[in-house]
Design a protein around this ligand. Structure first.
Ligand code: F6P
Length: 543
């Protein structure tokens, strides 16, 4: 029998938050700011290079205390230690969860099954460095003797989203003479377009797959192999044009890639937590080993902050807890991630997998169905583009969508007024969301009565503003680690397991069953539901 006394909603700390919400939940941000002229500074924390202003959330210091009490009661402190010290906290897969070890400095000790993993991490990093330098300097030659000019990363999910996000984010640090393409979708258009203008003799393909069994990645990798062999006409060319990043050496060599050209990682690195492992090989080739190390150092700095800071000053813990407050008490089911930095254009997509594949769960670690909301829906676009698209709904729609604004004091491109205008917009949006515009204010401005309801902004829309100095590799490392640990914080409080993803398996299995039915020469006997049967027949008849 499940022990319901341990259920989240039965905890006294949860009940205290419910009572607290009944008292303060309806207080408008205008009142909160009016009551305390120093609120803007009081509800802000600075650590690991991030100024985290959460004053525009509908919280009082009482709320923060209650949320921190909930984190304590949920055993968050112990769970953090369990993660960092290599306990097998991924229960359903029986694995440790040690993406933090990927950015641990040389000489440290992190033990899994009695073995220190840190020397292994650094051995792979060194192998990656040697290889990256060879590619970057042109020393690594293709089969015909030409230097490599194009890198195509083939992977999906965590083996794509982290690398492509990091490449885009750090483009201003990248070696511009090299072209990078990322292929993920099993839709042939993705591969075809990616290689359309590339010469196979100058192209290096990185097949990035933890398992080396993922249908999309293996299909794209086989197509890439055919594409390369068609031009290079010699199987020996594979050794010069294909490398693998994987935990599965047997499958890599079966595919035809020499395991000397394989960069390994370990089962304790989850796919969506893998961009700092060898999965980041394309990132390292793009930005160089020194900058890659800086990115690791930034993430490590955030790891240390998360591990040691008291919750009320702990940015990832606060971010996670504010999400819980908004989601479970204010009823906000989504979060908009709004980087005011064009280079972070793929950051929301990256976060979608990190957050929703991790905490999109409906049972607790001990198998009880939850009776509360888990992961919010994450989406977003860079500012200011989103302002001319979906912000209308955030300002005046019927849904409450808290926003994460991410901005930088310095820009890589100081062009005229651009950066000041960008920053004016991010500050203005957070201000408008919080304070809105009242009917009285509009009337005083002479707005006609009939227009007043349309022009009224209710305000009281929560947001966080994260202000960093500059989008450097270090800053990117800090930001990614911040969101990783925020996800962890929420998983711990919600009592769910953030490190498995059983929800993607059923679709994979069914696609595996349907593919031969589509490909069969003779009409197959279909045993699906009537809708699926009809769709399959229609497709077979018309393709
Ligand atoms: O979508 C499921 C998933 O297993 C993700 O968790 C993972 O990032 C992705 O597929 C790719 O897996 P692999 O790296 O093994 O190809």
């Amino acid at each position: 029998m499940a022990d319901n006394s341990k259920s989240l909603t039965n905890l006294p700390e949860w009940k205290a938050l419910e009572a607290h919400y009944a008292k303060v939940g309806k207080t408008h941000l205008r009142e909160l700011f009016a009551a305390d002229p120093k609120r803007g500074e009081k509800f802000a924390v600075e650590a690991a290079g991030i100024y985290f202003d959460y004053s525009k959330h509908r919280v009082t210091s009482g709320t923060v205390n209650h949320l921190c009490d909930l984190a304590e009661a949920s055993g968050l402190r112990g769970r953090i230690e369990a993660m960092f010290t290599g306990e097998k906290i991924n229960l359903t897969e029986g694995r440790a969860v040690l993406h933090t070890a990927l950015r641990t400095p040389k000489g440290a000790t992190v033990t899994v099954d009695g073995e220190n993993v840190v020397p292994h991490v650094h051995a792979v990093l060194e192998k990656m460095e040697k290889f990256s330098e060879k590619v970057r300097t042109g020393e690594w030659k293709g089969h015909t003797g030409k230097a490599i000019r194009n890198i195509v990363n083939i992977g999906i999910g965590g083996s794509d989203l982290g690398p492509v996000m990091a490449y885009e984010a750090l483009k201003s640090y990248s070696q511009r003479g090299l072209t990078f393409r990322f292929v993920s979708n099993v839709d042939g258009a993705d591969f075809a377009e990616a290689v359309l203008d590339l010469d196979p003799a100058e192209t290096l393909v990185i097949v990035a797959s933890k398992t080396f069994t993922t249908q999309e990645t293996m299909t794209n990798a086989e197509t890439a192999r055919d594409w390369a062999l068609k031009a290079l006409k010699d199987r020996a060319a594979i050794a010069k044009h294909f490398v693998a990043v994987s935990t599965n050496a047997a499958r890599v060599s079966e595919f035809g890639i020499d395991t000397a050209n394989m960069f390994g990682f370990w089962d304790w690195v989850g796919g969506r937590y893998s961009m700092f492992s060898a999965i980041g090989l394309s990132t390292m080739i793009a930005i160089g080993p020194k900058h890659f190390r800086e990115m690791l150092a930034g993430a490590h700095e955030m790891d240390e902050h998360y591990r040691t800071a008291p919750f009320e000053e702990n940015i990832p813990a606060l971010m996670g807890l504010l999400g819980i407050w908004n989601n479970n008490f204010l009823g906000a089911q989504a979060i908009a991630v709004l980087p005011y930095e064009q280079y972070l254009k793929r950051f929301p997509a990256y976060l979608q997998q990190l957050t929703m594949e991790s905490n999109g769960k409906r049972v607790t670690l001990d198998g009880r169905a939850v009776d509360y909301q888990t992961s919010q829906i994450y989406w977003g676009e860079p500012g200011t583009n989103g302002q001319h698209s979906f912000y209308q709904l955030i300002h005046q729609g019927t849904k409450l969508i808290p926003c994460d604004f991410i901005a930088f004091s310095k820009t890589a491109h100081a062009l005229g007024r651009h950066h000041d205008l960008l920053m004016a917009n991010v500050f203005a949006q957070a201000e408008a969301l919080a304070f809105g515009k009242t009917a009285d204010e509009l009337k005083k401005e002479g707005v006609k009565d009939w227009l007043v309801p349309h022009k009224t902004f209710e305000g009281n829309r929560p947001s966080t503003t994260m202000l960093l100095d500059e989008l450097t590799p270090e800053a990117l490392g800090r930001l990614v680690a911040l969101y990783e640990h925020s996800v962890f914080t929420q998983g711990a409080v919600w009592q769910i397991g953030p490190f498995d993803q059983w929800g993607v398996e059923l679709g994979k299995a069914l696609a595996g069953r349907i593919a031969p039915e589509l490909e069969a020469a003779a009409e197959p006997e279909l045993r699906h539901d009537s809708s699926t049967n009809a769709l399959i027949r229609r497709y077979r008849g018309r393709r």
